[in-house]
Write a protein that binds this ligand. Structure first.
Ligand code: GLC
Length: 437
């Protein structure tokens, strides 16, 4: 059994750490301008202009069954969908606002269709819910708000009541966790406490006091006791969520040093919402290596897609999901139910390990494909059988002193040397499966 013990989570994280790989979906009105989901803020777009997106939002090709099918093929086991992003637009039929998809040409509850489609494919269902809201009339303008530089911003704030907005959030979270069956993840986003007594709105922020996070979280837990909640409401919960960077070690609790349950969230290119002209799409090697790296440090990967405003995944996103599908079809055994390898197993350069939680299988991921021999330290005498994972073809090996090298021979007793075919197997990252004794 794995020797790593993680900090206890309030919700049920057993399935989560087994499943390892999920799909993030950022979809909202911002898919129309198609230049980042923060566009309202980035370009300080006036309300009247932003209302055009509301007026013309018509996802005529929205077919979440197709998304779910691709997510499943990619090996993803759960999804997290933006029920509302910072722009404040609701992708569900909420009783507490008119700013929702049912009042646009879309004319239907998009969250409902997402939930039904993903559940039907056997994927677990999560909701992203933005704490930030750049549309709600009670949300006080702060440093991140699109109106922060408007000359009348302070005046507008006078009539805004944060407590009413906090209540609005509890009402909506209640809707989301009541009307759509079992929800596995609630992903709040995000907190940035500030000095709200300052004269300068650029000092103003929001955190657990403004959100009334304790009450908000209690509301959620009462409705869905097993649910996993992230840390971004400014109170530690189940999930630590490093964003747009890859941890190189298991994430630890800052004060106690305990290992925590963590999930890296990443984009296929440099934006969460659909960004037509963004060009930093990750290569197949990067995509696969990010997944392996994450699991090799005991974490999950939540990989994002940003569907177009017509409701389909563009060709670049589909190609990226296909990269995962092709690799996961043959190699998912090194991901599901796996975690960081035991400390006694130290991977050499160019190699990443994962290990099954029961301790019985060690997975050797070849980021660099070596010429003919792979030398692994401290494994002699510990392996019962070795094979490639993608085709389960046997790999021969020697242990201890390496006789077959005439020069540079090793007398490292612990060395385990696998003989590899000269030609790299047709896998972005080939994997070797070692059954341990
Ligand atoms: C950030 C961004 C946001 C995105 C999120 C995903 O907090 O504000 O646009 O949804 O990260 O992690």
């Amino acid at each position: 059994m794995s020797s790593y013990v993680t900090r206890k989570t309030p919700g049920d994280s057993a399935w989560f750490t087994r499943d390892r790989f999920g799909m993030f979906i950022h979809w909202g009105l911002y898919a129309m301008p198609a230049r980042h989901e923060w566009i309202k803020r980035n370009e300080a777009i006036p309300e009247a202009k932003y209302d055009k997106y509301f007026k013309y939002f018509n996802p005529d090709l929205y077919d979440p069954k197709e998304w779910a099918r691709q997510a499943k093929a990619a090996g993803m086991k759960y999804a997290v969908f933006t029920s509302k992003h910072h722009e404040g637009f609701c992708m569900f039929d909420s009783k507490f606002t008119d700013y929702k998809c049912t009042n646009t040409p879309a004319g239907r509850d998009l969250v409902r269709e997402y939930v039904d489609a993903f559940r039907a494919e056997g994927l677990r269902v999560g909701f992203y819910y933005s704490l930030i809201d750049w549309h709600h009339p009670e949300f006080p303008i702060d440093k991140l708000h699109p109106r922060v530089n408007d000359s009348n911003a302070k005046e507008l704030n006078r009539s805004r009541d944060m407590r009413k907005y906090a209540e609005y959030m509890r009402n909506q979270v209640t809707e989301l966790l009541t009307n759509y069956g079992k929800i596995d993840i609630l992903w709040f986003d995000f907190s940035y406490p500030g000095d709200n007594s300052s004269d300068n709105l650029h000092d103003h922020g929001k955190g657990k006091f403004e959100w009334e996070s304790e009450e908000l979280i209690a509301t959620a837990r009462k409705l869905q006791p097993d649910i996993l909640i992230d840390n971004r409401a400014d109170i530690e919960q189940d999930l630590w969520t490093p964003e747009q960077y890859q941890p190189t070690k298991w994430v630890r609790h800052k004060e106690t040093g305990e290992l925590v349950t963590w999930e890296a969230c990443q984009t296929l290119s440099g934006s969460w919402g659909y960004h037509r002209d963004e060009m930093t799409w990750k290569s197949p090697e990067q995509l696969i290596q990010m997944l392996i790296n994450t699991v090799s440090c005991g974490g999950n990967l939540l990989m994002n897609v940003g569907p177009t405003s017509r409701g389909y995944l563009d060709y670049r996103a589909e190609a990226a999901l296909k990269v995962y599908a092709d690799w996961m079809k043959y190699n998912s055994r090194s991901i599901y139910g796996c975690t960081m390898a035991e400390p006694e197993f130290v991977a050499p350069n160019g190699v990443k390990y994962t290990q099954s939680v029961d301790g019985k299988r060690l997975y050797v991921h070849l980021f660099d494909y070596p010429f003919q021999f792979l030398e692994l330290p401290n494994l002699a005498g510990k392996v019962d059988y070795a094979q490639f994972l993608h085709d389960c073809s046997e790999l021969l090996y020697t242990e201890g002193k390496v006789e077959h090298f005439s020069e540079g021979a090793s007398d490292d007793e612990g060395l385990f040397v696998i003989t590899l075919p000269i030609v790299k197997p047709p896998m972005v990252v080939p994997v070797i499966e070692l059954f341990l004794k």
